[in-house]
Design a protein around this ligand. Structure first.
Ligand SMILES: O=C(O)CCC(=O)C(=O)O
Ligand SMILES: [Fe+2]
Length: 211
């Protein structure tokens, strides 16, 4: 053994580094009805493979059961909740929250503090139509920012009163932000698919008191 420390090559660094692209000027806003909007930025996280690996292996994923009418049913995805102050499992997620708070500082709806995580193990996992209306999201305008990793799955949106919906493909490293009245006046879902899809992890940043 010589005394020369291992120096990672620039290629190694490029492969290992997960970085965020700029938000300003890159995020595309879709204005919806009733004062709702959705911002979309494909490929925000660059070098997102190591983030997916960390999320799959280091998040303490939990299966949950929920009461539906008069039966307990399995929630069709695994979950983990990072309350305010709980360290996030990958540094790029911590940087993402900082960058989102800087970019959206002028929007009403407050700072992103919590991170909810969902693991969709396969196409059989899903989230049914809903708005994030627990807490303040049901009464006032708020923002929910979602960063996706792994297999692409579409996020569908539809107005609560009926009418045409929208579909955002959410791929590896993509960002979507639902804002304005979106949680109250629109609903969103990630439907099941019979296509063979690999795992997808979504990280949802929300202000305190929104779920
Ligand atoms: O996985 C997603 O992108 C959406 C998850 C979601 O809507 C929720 O957890 O409230
Ligand atoms: Fe949601």
């Amino acid at each position: 053994m010589g005394d020369v420390a291992y120096q990672p090559s620039m290629l190694d660094l490029a492969e290992e580094g997960s970085t965020l692209g700029p938000l300003a000027g890159r995020v595309r806003r879709h204005q919806l009805s009733h004062g709702a909007w959705v911002d979309h930025l494909p490929g925000w996280v660059r070098g997102s493979d190591p983030v997916l690996v960390t999320l799959l292996h280091e998040v303490p994923w939990r299966a949950e059961r929920r009461r539906m009418y008069d039966a307990d049913v399995d929630v069709p995805r695994l979950l983990c909740w990072y309350a305010a102050g709980r360290p996030l499992p990958h540094p790029v997620l911590t940087q993402a929250r900082v960058a989102l708070n800087r970019h959206y500082a002028a929007e009403p709806g407050e700072e992103f503090v919590t991170a909810g995580m969902c693991l969709y193990r396969s196409g059989r996992d899903s989230v049914a139509w809903h708005g994030d209306t627990l807490g303040r999201g049901g009464r006032v305008d708020t923002m929910v920012a979602i960063v996706s990793f792994g297999s692409p799955r579409p996020l569908l949106l539809r107005p609560r009163g009926g009418g045409a919906g929208l579909r955002f493909p959410l791929g590896h490293g993509d960002l979507v932000v639902m804002g304005g009245s979106c949680q109250r006046t629109w609903e969103h879902a990630v439907p099941k698919t019979s296509r063979p899809v690999g795992p997808r992890v979504s990280v949802q940043f929300r202000p305190a008191g929104v779920a």
